[in-house]
Design a protein around this ligand. Structure first.
Ligand SMILES: *Cc1c(COP(=O)(O)O)cnc(C)c1O
Length: 435
């Protein structure tokens, strides 16, 4: 390197680190990330890909745009409301505010009046009980699977969990109900057949070795034809006679019936039908953060809360805050998307299509997340060339469309109307990129 070598003009690391905006970025993003950005710009200048005098401004620009997480927000244009690969339920504005409020020190386990320790998560519990008055008590854990593990461990470990063969399901991503239950030390006592299970099947299986009867909502498939299953109300007398707990795993997290989804079980109805306990997810149709919701009878919920495993699956303060805000607040985004007005969806789709010279086609959305299989949510989509899909996914903002039948379909059901302008800009940019 000679004196005339332009690489001599590359700003030094310590000089760059001392710039006030870079110092501020070190507080926000951390030393490691900031040094990486500085090194990246210097390396580009050394390779001749960046003029040395542009190193400083490049570093400042990259740092100012660098988000604190590499998770990228995505506009969900698939029409699938609870999209597992996109993190299931998007949070409501209220839930987001609650997350921020709970991010510092909070009274999650403290009574500020007396200064004494209090029960953890009382506010989330109260919100759940207000929203589902048929439950005597509630417990929030880490997710739906944890709720089920805690329930079957507490009520079934060392004993048998009686469950219908028609309900031994796999939910996705390695969640196989029989394996999960076996992992708790409970023995699975399968009754009936894949398509038909009768009350007598349960009756014959129950004895002194029974810990509980489990009803699982086969949430991600439907069996048609010659089928039979036994409802909770029919099982209640049997459970009472043998003094065993009756558990219902709902999955979806509906607290009350939703007329749009008549086959989707809800907590209030299951408890009224005689379940001692229901378990559900917080981030499916409830529309909240990832959580496992346990609702039921006082003694049964208390038994779960007392079990040592409860500590290992306990919900954090952020979850408790966001869940409380979701349950007690206005309709969550999931609920809004589910009940979106088809006429409004149509006019938004026409506006987008008109602006880019595309057409609108009828398109059914889906509940997704393993809920309400086969239930169409009639709506509309803007039809684009298939090649637009990859450009949309990698654009800014990232947009996930549905690729179907050789086309890229943009369904607005799960895109908030406030994002229509951003979506239009993203679609224009994608169409430009593919020419
Ligand atoms: C989704 C689901 C679960 C698992 O809940 P997670 O919140 O994903 O852990 C368990 N049971 C049923 C019936 C489900 O649909």
């Amino acid at each position: 390197m000679t004196d005339a070598d332009p690489r001599r003009a590359i700003p030094r690391t310590d000089a760059l680190l001392l710039l006030p905006p870079v110092r501020a970025a070190r507080e926000r993003l951390g030393e490691h990330v900031v040094r990486g950005v500085v090194r990246g710009a210097q390396d580009r200048a050394r390779r001749g890909d960046l003029a040395p005098e542009l190193v400083e401004s490049t570093v400042l620009e990259v740092l100012s745009e660098l988000p604190p997480t590499s998770l990228r927000p995505v506009l969900n244009a698939t029409g699938v409301v609870v999209h597992t690969n996109l993190g299931r339920a998007p949070l409501s504005a209220g839930a987001v505010d609650a997350l921020v409020a709970a991010s510092g020190y909070v009274d999650v386990e403290l009574d500020l009046v007396s200064g004494a320790r209090s029960q953890r998560g009382v506010a989330a519990r109260a919100a759940l009980l207000a929203a589902c008055p048929s439950a005597e008590d509630a417990l929030v854990v880490n997710n739906g699977a944890a709720a089920l593990v805690l329930a079957t461990t507490t009520l079934g470990a060392g004993r048998e969990v009686v469950v219908s063969r028609g309900e031994l399901i796999e939910i996705g991503a390695g969640f196989r109900l029989p394996d999960l239950i076996a992992s708790t030390g409970a023995r699975l006592r399968e009754v009936g057949t894949t398509n038909r299970t009768h009350l007598r099947d349960y009756a014959e299986a129950i004895g002194p070795q029974t810990g509980c009867i489990l009803k699982v909502h086969p949430s991600n498939f439907a069996v048609h034809g010659f089928t039979a299953s036994v409802g909770l109300a029919e099982l209640r007398p049997l459970a009472t006679r043998h003094d065993v707990a009756l558990i219902a795993d709902l999955g979806s997290g509906l607290l009350a019936p939703d007329p749009l989804l008549p086959d989707e079980p809800d907590a209030a109805t299951m408890l009224a039908a005689g379940a001692d306990l229901v378990t559900a997810s917080g981030d499916k149709l409830l529309g909240g953060p990832q959580a496992g919701i346990v609702l039921g009878r006082t003694e049964t919920v208390a038994a779960l809360a007392r079990h040592p495993l409860a500590r290992a699956v306990r919900a954090d303060k952020l979850t408790l805050a966001a869940l409380e805000a979701t349950v007690s607040g206005a309709a969550a985004p999931v609920t809004q998307a589910l009940h979106a007005n088809p006429d409004q969806l149509h006019s938004r789709a026409q506006q987008l299509a008109g602006a880019v010279g595309a057409t609108v086609v009828a398109h059914d959305g889906r509940v997704g997340g393993g809920g309400a299989p086969g239930v169409p949510l009639p709506g509309w989509a803007v039809r684009l060339p298939e090649a637009a899909a990859a450009a949309l996914r990698t654009g800014d903002p990232a947009v996930l469309p549905r690729v179907h039948d050789g086309a890229c379909l943009i369904d607005l059901r799960c895109v908030p109307a406030a994002d229509d302008a951003r979506l239009l800009a993203a679609v224009r940019a994608a169409l430009d990129r593919i020419g």
